[in-house]
Every structure is written in C-alpha cells, then in structure tokens.
Design a protein around this ligand. Structure first.
Ligand code: AP5
Ligand code: MG
Length: 215
C-alpha cells in the first residue's frame, strides 16, 4: 500500500518521476493536469472551463478539481494506493482530501516535496517537449529523446505544451509560490513530508524518492 503526493513547483520533475514511481511501486498515476488536458483534447465542458485558467497559468477553481480528484480515487485501481501529481494545490484542496480519505479509513503515507530553484524551472519548462500520445516529458537539452521529435517510449509525436511559454511559466511559478507553497507547512505539521532535492540528476532524484518511500 502506497498513498503518496508529489508536491513541487511547475517543472520540478513531478511527471518525470511519476513514470519511475509507477513502474517500481505499481500504483496508478493521478495527474489532475493530465486529466484536464485530456478533457481539453476531447472538447468536454470541463475541458472548456479548465482551459481558460490553464492557458493563463492560473489554478482551476477548487470545486472543479476536488470532485474530479476524489471521484478518481474511488475507482478500483486505487484500492491499493495511488500517486497524486499536482493535487492538492491549495490548503483548501488538502483539507478536503484529508476529509475524503478519513471518511474512507485512509490517509496519505508520504508527501514528496520536490524543490528546484526558479531559474532552473524556467529553463526546464521553456525547453520541455511532451509526447502527444503518452504524455512523457523530454527536454531539448537535458533530457533529449533518442530521435528528435519522437517519444522514446511509444513513438508518439513530441509537442510543446500550450502553457510552456515564458509569460505563462512565470505566472505559474508565482501562483505556485502564493497558493501551493503553504502546503509545505500544512504537511510539515502533519509530519509526513519528505524533502527531495529536485535539482539533481533524474536517477539521483529517484534514489532519494525511493529512500523516502521505502523499498
Ligand atoms: P500540471 O500539469 O500539474 O503542471 P505543473 O504543476 O505546472 O507541473 P508540470 O507538469 O509543468 O511540471 P512537472 O513537475 O510535472 O515537470 P516535468 O516532470 O514535466 O498543471 C497544469 C495546470 O492545470 C495548472 O497550471 C492549473 O491550471 C491546472 N491544475 C492542475 N491541477 C490543479 C489543481 N489541483 N488545482 C487547480 N488547478 C490545477 O519536468 C519538466 C521538465 O524538466 C521536462 O522537460 C523534463 O524533461 C525536465 N526534467 C525533469 N527532471 C529533470 C532533472 N532532474 N534534471 C534535468 N531536467 C529535468
Ligand atoms: Mg507534470
């Protein structure tokens, strides 16, 4: 059983490490950002509402996110644990998640707080390319795909995310500092947070995550 949260600013490497965590621990990866992008792609009502906020780098309103995340957690594949990526993102979301879990005799085992400094986040996000098919992240300089423009994992096309331009990236980081950073204290008080240096290599970051979770 592993119930964990990946916390950290945009570009910290949450999605990148999620792939490795899922492979090792076999828990489902629940990224609210990925769910919203899927809805945008499919032209759903939720996607239309979320897109307005995402394109500006603002947070999608709490009520839309909380229902989405908690109903996902009720699906059978979450019975033996889950990896939340990008949720919760406000103290209110965290409180609602705790209430939901308590009502289901569950709790969070560990929160992985991945820290990277701002300059590096901007470099990572403006150079990021993501697979249109499987969502895997690459970087034009630091994590290049084996073949330019093609995903190493599934052969899909690599594209730039709509919110990875400099202006939106800068706002996303500011929104993180104002609205999501308070969660570090929230989980510090809960006593289940592990601090991970996200500036290290992909392998070293993963090594620290495994130490924090346990083998
Ligand atoms: P979301 O999709 O969650 O985006 P984010 O939090 O901004 O984070 P990113 O996905 O940009 O970064 P990441 O940490 O996953 O980094 P990655 O591994 O790709 O959310 C998008 C939007 O949806 C939000 O802005 C909001 O509008 C909305 N939303 C979602 N959830 C919400 C919620 N709960 N409440 C309200 N709104 C919500 O890596 C980044 C780059 O760095 C890549 O190029 C990668 O190759 C590279 N890289 C990774 N690790 C390393 C390393 N160790 N060394 C060098 N390069 C590295
Ligand atoms: Mg991500």
């Amino acid at each position: 059983m592993l119930r964990t949260i990946l916390l950290g600013p945009p570009g910290a490497g949450k999605g990148t490490q999620a792939v490795k965590i899922v492979e090792k621990y076999g828990v489902p990866h629940i990224s609210t950002g990925d769910i919203f992008r899927e809805n945008i792609k499919n032209g759903t009502e939720l996607g239309k509402k979320a897109q307005e906020y995402m394109n500006k780098g603002e947070l999608v309103p709490d009520d839309l996110v909380i229902d989405l995340a908690t109903s996902r957690l009720l699906e059978p594949d979450c019975a033996n644990g889950f990896l939340l990526d990008g949720f919760p993102r406000t103290v209110y979301q965290a409180e609602k998640l705790d209430e939901f879990l308590a009502a289901h005799d569950s709790k969070i085992d560990v929160v992985l707080d991945i820290a990277v400094e701002k300059e590096e986040l901007i470099t990572r996000l403006t150079g990021r390319r993501v697979c249109k098919t499987c969502g895997a992240s690459f970087h034009v300089v630091s994590v290049p795909p084996k073949q330019e423009g093609i995903c190493d994992f599934c052969g899909g096309e690599l594209i730039q995310r709509a919110d990875d331009n400099l202006e939106t990236v800068t706002n996303r980081i500011e929104v993180y500092e104002a609205q999501t950073m308070p969660l570090v204290d929230y989980y510090e008080n809960a006593g289940n947070i592990a601090h991970i240096n996200g500036a290290a290599s992909l392998e070293d970051v993963f090594g620290d995550i495994v130490k924090a979770i346990g083998e």
